[in-house]
Design a protein around this ligand. Structure first.
Ligand SMILES: [Zn+2]
Length: 384
């Protein structure tokens, strides 16, 4: 464990990377972060969440300040995806070596660099303004890259039980495709997986009247499911999208009508739909086939949009001042823990560069860490 000292974000990033916190392992990452936040005056709670059949996960909630003003929080995760083949890395993935102005290591950009930047920005802010009206908090989980059962969702629920709320939240996921400043995420699409099965009756292909072939029915169902577009998108979102991801019969025989046929699909939907309305739209499309199929739907997150307001506008201006780039206000990409946070307060996402995340030789520019720290610092001074 190292001390915060002058809060250099590069040193903090390296210290976090050197914890081998491959999900669901923690390897001291949460404790290290809590140690720094305690040093600058935060009240910290390390929470161990568990569930049947899942690994125990350490989470951190930390707060400083008072109720006399707005509450801003920073959210993120200290867990990382596996390093893959260690020998393919040009520098060991948990050594956090600096080569040509870049720190190489698993989690450098997703998202230990952003956490370090936020800690560093907060320290600088508190050094200058010990008594401010309002509060700053951290919501950090070790369960984002995994199944996300014992992470942010439970942490938010724990906070609710203690009557702890916040107004605005910045999630430090790597939102910029190539350059710092390119993209703020102000929403995300929802995602639902569907599994369709049609059961027929197995039989000999030469005697079809003794059998019932499920395949043509499944094809008709898929045709009705996909023939119309879901919507045309809107100002902030691309059109909702349905993709059939597999069709399975598993029949190796050439003379057998199979017993059943199944298909999977995924829908990424915008804020024209929610969980209920996307389900009823699916069912409406399948109404001609009532009782001829079974359908299971598995939701992984609803769509949401944080309407551009003060936080987004301030953040955009600060980013422009620092980088000369006007950030795109985007709702693209996969899901993140922001899908849980949006139920409790305004949430936007802005962090480092996504280009190398989850890859061999994941890396972050030292310059980007310093600039991101400065952006977060300016957000804090403008916010309070
Ligand atoms: Zn991430």
């Amino acid at each position: 464990m190292i001390d915060i000292e002058n809060g250099d974000p590069v040193i903090l990033t390296k210290a976090l990377i050197s914890c081998r916190s491959v999900t669901p392992e923690n390897d001291g990452a949460i404790e290290q972060l809590a140690h720094w936040l305690k040093e600058v005056g935060f009240k910290c709670e390390i929470l161990n969440f568990k569930d049947d059949g899942t690994d125990d996960i350490l989470n951190l909630w930390a707060r400083i300040g008072n109720e006399q003003g707005p509450a801003l929080c920073f959210a993120g995760h200290t867990d990382v995806v596996p390093e893959g083949d260690e020998k393919s890395w040009s520098s060991a993935p948990f050594e956090a070596n600096e080569i040509n102005g870049k720190i190489i290591g698993r989690g450098a950009t997703d998202m230990k660099g952003a956490i370090a930047s936020f800690v560093s920005a907060t320290k600088k802010f508190l050094d200058e303004k010990e008594n401010f009206a309002g509060s700053i908090s951290f919501i950090i989980t070790g369960d984002e890259e995994g199944i996300a059962i014992n992470g942010t969702k439970k942490l938010l629920n724990w906070m609710k039980g203690k009557n702890i709320s916040f107004d605005d939240c910045i999630v430090g996921e790597p939102t910029n495709p190539k350059k710092l400043g390119e993209m703020i995420k102000i929403g995300r699409r929802g995602s639902v997986n569907g599994a369709l099965t049609v059961t027929g009756e197995q039989g000999h292909v030469a005697y079809p009247h003794f059998a019932k072939n499920p395949i043509p029915i499944l094809l008709d169902i898929l045709n009705d499911l996909t023939s119309d577009e879901l919507d045309q998108g809107n100002e902030h979102f691309q059109p909702s999208n349905l993709e059939i991801t597999s069709i399975d019969v598993g029949n190796k025989a050439t003379n057998v009508i199979p017993n059943s046929a199944s298909a999977n699909f995924n829908i990424r939907y915008n804020d024209n739909f929610n969980k209920e309305t996307i389900e009823s739209e699916i069912k409406r499309r399948l109404k001609n086939f009532e009782n001829r199929f079974s359908l299971e739907l598995d939701h992984s997150g609803e769509s949401f949009l944080t309407k551009p307001g003060k936080l987004v506008n301030d953040l955009s201006e600060i980013i422009f001042d620092k980088t000369g780039i006007t950030p795109d206000l985007s709702t693209s990409g996969g899901t993140s823990d922001a899908r849980f946070i949006k139920n409790y307060g305004n949430v936007v996402e802005f962090g480092l560069i996504s280009e190398t995340m989850h890859q061999i030789d994941e890396s972050v520019d030292v310059k980007d860490i310093e600039n991101l720290t400065d952006i977060y610092y300016k957000v804090l001074t403008k916010y309070f």
